[in-house]
Design a protein around this ligand. Structure first.
Ligand SMILES: *Cc1c(COP(=O)(O)O)cnc(C)c1O
Length: 872
């Protein structure tokens, strides 16, 4: 018999144990070792059985055990201490409150993401994007930054991976019951669930309830469409992450963006939480949040253009990928049908919505609605996620700012970071805490103080090496357990699996490689020359062993073939003791995997890895990186931290043929083997007195001490607050209803008048006649500019100067503003003057340009308007 409904019947906790319930309901336990230890003490077997999930644990502890604990004075003392510690954490003044610029910081920030990876116990993520979002919330909580997370609650989450006998990926979608998850339902004062509703075509509506997860100080709101009032189609909108066709996807994104803003408003109304001054969208999927806020502003009486200005001011957009498949593009008709008359956004003109998502650059497709393009147009501030990715994104989207060089495209970068308390193994943390005390060590990991990191410099080689071995040994045990379970699941009998006890060796150089399996990450690059790889694995003196994991997207058969190739290679009895594929890569596995590896391998097709974060998590545990110079590694690589795999990429912009790609893979794979054989392994096995590899341990120490503080999510969130949230809050405050109307009016007037703006005449006094000049000479520029119906207040006139290349293109350009010095004459022309110092030797050049200028613009490229000499 199958049950038609299921419930979780919870034991009633004895009064003395009530604080356990609060501790279980706040996900801070997931990064707080003492709280986890406390739960483990409640019932060690139960803790293991439920994979360390406090909500499940409390649902299953026998009443007798609870009674016993309620009378256990020592346990109760520990419980009180943990509860007090959480209370301090939740209510104390932290970095955000004590910052000298705190008054400029927003009262609250709403952070939207299609996925959140906070803990394995709340499986609402597929990979790096979601885990980054989880780390962002946790770091914000540690810093005291008032974020509200907004996402969806997927009833099946992302799939769980297993393997068939012949190594083909199998997908399972276990049904998640919110009652068994660490979430609570948002309710109206009368007790009924708070409900969000969106109008859909043909008179249907999409309704959702809101679940709240507590991520330390940060509430995470998750919308769930599986409610009785919905029709069957609508109930399934939040069925699973990244499943279904494009209409399903659009409905998810409407619920996330539009429904998400409504959920935030409801949450603030019900709890008194201050309303967000800044909205941050993590990738384009949540971009509709800007349209909903335009609708709200319209209700408050603003026209579309004024509302657009007001909304843009307080919006931050983060782009996460230069891979086209990672960007959502919808059919325009589909968008028009859902957001047109009587749709989800009454009063917002659909033609204006469609224009926001139009790919207006060369090569753009007029039939599609591009969510990243809309994201950029709806946000006054935008960023990529590493220095290199910022540059790649500026090039990729430069067409949206015609007339501007890619370097001037207003997309900055904030390099990702990872939440150290989540990703640093307790054993590694203790090594630091022994030197400087647990409290200061915790501060160093969260806020980023440098003491812990310096303290690492003083730890003796032997201690570091002992720790590395301990972690490697734990990984070996973990791999054997997982491999055995996988083989049982693949149909092997226990008796056939004796060999699993000999898989991996705690003294062999261990390389890890785990990530999702899109083609650009090149899971199988290491298989390019299988004999070569086998000889590395089986080297008589300097063997290596490799642990591999990764999920292919369920619709990606190409990716599944790569998984199968790898699995089949690893199944070979000749090498299976040296290479293992572990199914079902996720946070729980990741937390065990990174610390146990000596080397973390990453070989994407440069520059397609926007940042990459797994290597950062590995580094925080003293693992060295072996990676293509892409994403974060391009920025922070030093020979002390690991090795750079040379790449055969061009500038990354031109399409390459299959033959070129093949050749590139051959070259880069050969370079990888070469590095492992001649650099990595010899250093690992180069043992000095006491059997210690001093050079290697020195690299581990430098990685912890110098790279460690850079890769922290605390550093990342501080940058977001100071560089993006605070200015966005300032712009939001400046753009009240009146000023946003003025700004919109000014923009319309400038756009209308721009065709008559031109640089008419340029003259430079002291210009050397033969095209040469001396260092230190100052040119006096005198320029005549036609402004048409504009005035000098509306524009800035600049000389832009720098080195010039063979094609006269200016590089390393620097602007020198000129001042109005006369006019206008009868034809409306104004003279501008100013000095231009020749302060660099070599080929040097300059030009003149006119830009719109207004104090409320975040970038001079904001309107995409510019006038050059001779452009009229
Ligand atoms: C960190 C992490 C990722 C992202 O890793 P990348 O290096 O960015 O590919 C993916 N999955 C899990 C489980 C992670 O912990």
């Amino acid at each position: 018999m199958k049950a038609i409904r299921r419930f979780t019947v919870r034991p009633v906790l004895p009064e003395a144990l009530r604080p356990l319930s609060d501790l279980a309901r706040n996900l801070r336990w997931s990064w707080h070792t003492e709280t986890r230890d406390l739960f483990q003490a409640v019932d060690p077997d139960g803790w293991r059985a439920c994979d360390g999930d406090p909500v499940q644990l409390l649902g299953a502890v026998p009443a007798g055990r609870l009674a016993e604990l309620a009378a256990d004075r020592r346990f109760l003392r520990r419980l009180t201490a943990a509860a007090d510690d959480l209370d301090d954490y939740l209510h104390g003044r932290r970095w955000y409150q004590t910052h000298p610029r705190a008054a400029e910081f927003p009262a609250a920030v709403a952070y939207f993401s299609p996925e959140f990876g906070v803990t394995a116990a709340l499986p609402q993520y597929s990979g790096g994007l979601g885990i980054l979002a989880g780390d962002h919330l946790k770091a914000a909580s540690d810093l005291g930054a008032p974020l509200i997370g907004v996402g969806l609650l997927y009833r099946h989450g992302y799939f769980r991976q297993s393997l068939s006998r012949d190594g083909w990926q199998q997908e399972h979608y276990p049904l998640l019951d919110p009652d068994e998850l660490p979430v609570t339902l948002l309710r109206e004062p009368g007790g009924s669930p708070a409900q969000i509703s969106l109008a859909l075509p043909a008179g249907r509506s999409l309704r959702a309830h809101v679940w709240v997860a507590r991520v330390g100080r940060v509430p995470l709101l998750m919308l769930d469409s599986d409610v009785e009032e919905n029709g069957p189609g609508e109930r399934d909108v939040t069925d699973r992450l990244y499943g279904g066709g494009s209409e399903h996807r659009l409905l998810q994104e409407m619920l996330l963006g539009i429904g998400g803003v409504r959920a935030v408003r409801t949450y603030c109304r019900l709890t008194g939480h201050p309303g967000p001054e800044v909205f941050h969208t993590n990738e384009g999927h949540a971009g509709f949040l800007g349209l909903e806020r335009i609708r709200e502003a319209g209700e408050a009486g603003l026209g579309f253009d004024a509302a657009l200005e007001a909304v843009r001011a307080g919006t931050v957009f983060t782009t996460h990928t230069p891979v086209p498949a990672g960007i959502d593009r919808f059919d325009r008709e589909l968008v028009a049908r859902h957001l047109g008359d009587r749709g989800a956004l009454p009063g917002v003109p659909v033609d204006r919505i469609l224009r926001l998502g139009t790919e207006t650059y060369p090569g753009g497709d007029p039939q599609v609605f591009n969510m990243a393009v809309m994201g950029l147009r709806l946000a006054q501030r935008a960023n990529g996620v590493s220095t290199l990715h910022g540059a790649v994104s500026r090039g990729m989207f430069a067409g949206l700012w015609p007339g501007f060089d890619a370097e001037e495209v207003p997309i900055t970068s904030v390099t990702n970071g990872v939440h150290a308390p989540t990703w640093v193994a307790p054993e590694v943390f203790r090594l630091g805490a022994r030197r400087i005390g647990a409290g200061r060590a915790e501060d160093a990991l969260t806020v980023g103080g440098s003491e812990l990191w310096h303290a690492v410099e003083g730890i003796p080689d032997a201690e570091i090496w002992e720790l590395r071995r301990e972690l490697r040994e734990q990984l070996v045990t973990e791999v054997r357990t997982r491999l055995r379970a996988s083989w049982r699941q693949r149909g092997a009998g226990a008796a056939e699996l004796g060999w699993v006890d000999g898989v991996l060796d705690p003294d062999v150089l261990t390389i890890g490689f785990a990530r999702r399996v899109p083609s650009y990450k090149r899971l199988t690059l290491m298989l390019r020359d299988r004999d070569r790889l086998r000889s590395l694995l089986l080297h008589p003196e300097r063997p290596v062993q490799i642990v591999v994991a990764g999920k292919a997207h369920p619709a990606d058969d190409g990716g599944k073939r790569l998984v199968q190739e790898l699995v089949r290679f690893a199944d070979d009895p000749r090498v299976r003791h040296r290479i293992a594929f572990l199914p079902d890569y996720g946070m729980a596995m990741a937390q065990k995997l990174y610390p146990g590896c000596d080397v973390w391998l990453n070989n994407p097709l440069r520059p397609l890895e926007a940042c990459g974060t797994s290597g950062m998590k590995a580094a925080l545990n003293g693992c060295l990186n072996l990676s293509v110079l892409d994403g974060w590694w391009d920025e922070w690589y030093e020979p002390d931290f690991g090795w750079a795999i040379p790449t055969a990429d061009g500038d990354g912009t031109s399409a390459t043929s299959t033959m070129e790609e093949d050749r590139r893979d051959d070259l880069e794979a050969a370079a990888l083997y070469e590095l492992i054989e001649n650099r990595v392994a010899p250093r690992f096995y180069d043992r000095g007195p006491g059997g210690l590899p001093h050079h290697w341990v020195g690299m581990v120490r430098r990685t912890l001490a110098v790279l460690g503080p850079k890769v922290l999510a605390g550093r990342m969130v501080r940058e977001y607050v100071e560089r993006l949230y605070a200015p966005a809050a300032g712009a939001h405050r400046a753009l009240d209803a009146a000023t946003s109307g003025d700004l919109a009016g000014w923009k319309a007037r400038v756009r209308g008048a721009w065709p008559k703006v031109a640089v008419d005449h340029v003259e430079a006094v002291e210009h050397a006649p033969a095209g040469t000049a001396e260092l230190g000479v100052v040119l006096a520029l005198r320029v005549r500019v036609a402004l048409g119906d504009l005035t000098p207040d509306d524009v800035e006139v600049q000389a832009v100067a720098g080195r010039v290349d063979a094609d006269d293109a200016i590089t390393e350009a620097r602007p020198y503003p000129l001042k109005p010095a006369g006019g206008p004459d009868l034809e409306g022309r104004v003279v501008y003057e100013g000095p231009l110092p020749l302060d660099r030797t070599g080929a040097f050049g300059y030009t003149i340009r006119v830009l719109p200028s207004h104090p409320l613009l975040a970038s001079p490229a904001d309107l995409g308007l510019v006038a050059w000499p001779g452009t009229r």
